[in-house]
Design a protein around this ligand. Structure first.
Ligand code: GLY
Length: 338
């Protein structure tokens, strides 16, 4: 049975000596660079129960896959890519990978990015030839002098790198698109089908953090539209000395506030992951009268393994793997109509 609980700070327990030394070194470094005002909120010295994986929505298998990979000693980035790849291959998921709902002209185009422990990153945008876009983003990071490849260029690079060409439009998604064409209206539904982008953060047995974010973007978007998911700082950002954050929901609004970067910087200045996610959501709703019409959610994890999440509307949940338990976690929300 899935256990549900409110998000809370959750770090405790045994830690490997290697991680303890790293974390202490990190704390000392922070002391050198922190301004006096920031010293009022010193970062906790709690230690994480390694390894940990978190992801957006109730993507149980994806998060468990990442958790198992980490338990088997795989590094954070590899585990994150293995985890999100489960949803890229899940034909029932119409918002990630193969089977994604197409744009208004019937093209399924995928966006993804990855970020490594050392701060390197890679991204691909508007790819229609392969479902393995998080792995492709990693290839861009590792095998090219660039950070982002888009469209045709990304597809040519995928073919050269040995990615098999696939047709991403399934019969089900094609039928849904043909139905939509009968009275086309662009009004993405909140929590549509109750899931969206998968964004994942992993902390491996050494305490190193990495992340991946992958999406087919908004249903019936304009051809060429790219959301937040492949944009480093918006859909995903991490700093291995501080922590990381990922986003899901209406990408346009995440991009405007560079949400994931904002959360990591707030954590750098002493906020908990929970407070940082809440602040990032408030930055959006405070400036945007139309927030009742769209959903955005953030999840975050800091170097101590503390996690947090917050969203605009009820209905978003996250997965958390820790202590060999993979659980679905309730996430509090901003809009509570009376
Ligand atoms: N968050 C996914 C997108 O807006 O494309």
């Amino acid at each position: 049975m899935k256990r549900r609980k409110f998000i809370q700070n959750t770090a405790a327990g045994a830690v490997g000596a290697t991680f303890a030394m790293t974390a202490m070194a990190c704390t000392d470094e922070n002391k050198k660079t922190r301004k006096p005002s920031q010293d009022k909120k010193p970062m906790s010295k709690k230690m994480p129960n390694l390894p940990i994986a978190i992801c957006t929505w109730q993507f149980t298998n994806a998060n468990k896959t990442a958790g198992d990979a980490l338990e088997n000693g795989k590094p954070a980035l590899e585990a994150a890519i293995e985890g999100v790849s489960i949803e890229e291959q899940n034909l029932k998921n119409t918002t990630v990978g193969k089977g994604g709902i197409p744009d208004r002209q019937g093209n399924v185009t995928l966006d993804a990015c990855v970020m490594a422990t050392n701060g390197d990153c890679g991204a691909v945008m508007a790819v229609s030839s392969t479902s393995h876009v998080a792995a492709l983003a990693r290839k861009v990071m590792e095998d090219t002098p660039h950070v982002i490849l888009v469209g045709e260029g990304a597809e040519e690079f995928a073919a050269l790198s040995g990615f098999e060409t696939e047709d991403l439009l399934t019969e089900e998604s094609k039928k849904a698109w043909q139905e939509w064409l009968k009275s086309p209206e662009y009004k993405p539904l909140i929590n549509i089908e109750n899931h969206d982008t998968i964004g994942m953060l992993t902390m491996d047995k050494k305490g190193d953090i990495a992340g991946a974010c992958t999406s087919s973007g908004l249903s019936y978007k304009m051809k060429g539209r790219v959301g937040d998911s492949p944009i480093i700082g918006s859909g995903l950002f991490l700093d291995n000395e501080i922590g990381g954050a990922v986003a899901t929901g209406m990408g346009e609004e995440v991009v405007k506030t560079v949400g994931s970067f904002l959360i990591v910087e707030l954590m750098r200045n002493g906020m908990s992951p929970q407070d940082a996610c809440e602040e990032a959501i408030k930055r959006i709703v405070n400036k945007n009268d139309t927030y009742k019409d769209f959903q955005i959610a953030y999840i975050a994890m800091n170097k101590m393994g503390e996690t947090g999440a917050y969203c605009i509307h009820e209905g978003f949940t996250m997965m958390k793997y820790e202590n060999k338990i993979n659980e679905n976690v309730f996430v509090d929300f901003y809009h509570k109509p009376s």
